[in-house]
Design a protein around this ligand. Structure first.
Ligand code: HEC
Length: 157
């Protein structure tokens, strides 16, 4: 009896290990959450052909950038990608206290984590957010943001 249970346990465990290895490649939950978009400030727009992107963040983040201070933990930055007047996808980054420690040094993007959300707010599990990070790494001198200067120049009301 004992032996059979041991066998089942090992099978379940190895199945779980396969599942977890698979998850790292495909689905990629991160700590980044979907913000309440309506509460964010729209600080710049990028258009490229059919694509219109609204870049949005918090007042606190914009103020920090303008004062030359670090963007605070708890900040969301959203890139809302519209096609044909409808939301096509949300690219979201969120910063949290020491979140960078989840990644090894080569992948780390400060304390930001990345996520791709579908229009219904669910995660696009086909994306590997390491790709997001590898691109944004080139902006390490501007807190990993492409639109750092647009935040700096935005006139808060
Ligand atoms: C090939 C390079 C590249 C990849 C990959 C990439 N980004 Fe970006 N990202 C950019 C550029 C360039 C901008 C500036 C806006 C623009 O030009 O469309 C940007 C802007 C952003 C912004 C607005 C803040 C900022 O940095 O200006 C967010 C949020 C964002 N990206 C999230 C993501 C997420 C999430 C992913 C992965 C799902 C991702 N990005 C993948 C290049 C990239």
């Amino acid at each position: 009896m004992k032996k059979i249970f041991g066998g089942i346990g090992a099978a379940v465990l190895s199945g779980l290990a396969v599942l977890m290895v698979g998850m790292q490649v495909q689905a990629e939950p991160t700590r980044a959450t979907m913000p309440d978009i309506d509460k964010l400030i729209h600080y710049t727009t990028v258009t490229r052909g059919e694509v219109t992107e609204h870049l949005m963040t918090t007042r606190e983040a914009i103020e920090a950038v303008q004062k030359g201070q670090p963007i605070p933990a708890g900040t969301h930055v959203a890139l809302v990608d519209y096609r044909g007047g409808k939301v096509f996808r949300y690219f979201i980054i969120e910063k949290g206290e020491n979140w960078g420690a989840d990644y090894d040094e080569r992948r780390r993007t400060g304390d930001w984590q990345f996520q791709w959300f579908k229009p219904d707010g669910t995660i696009n599990t086909a994306e590997n957010t390491a790709r997001c990070q590898s691109c944004h790494t080139s902006r390490a001198d501007r807190d990993f943001l492409y639109s750092f200067n647009e935040m700096r120049r935005f006139e808060l009301k």
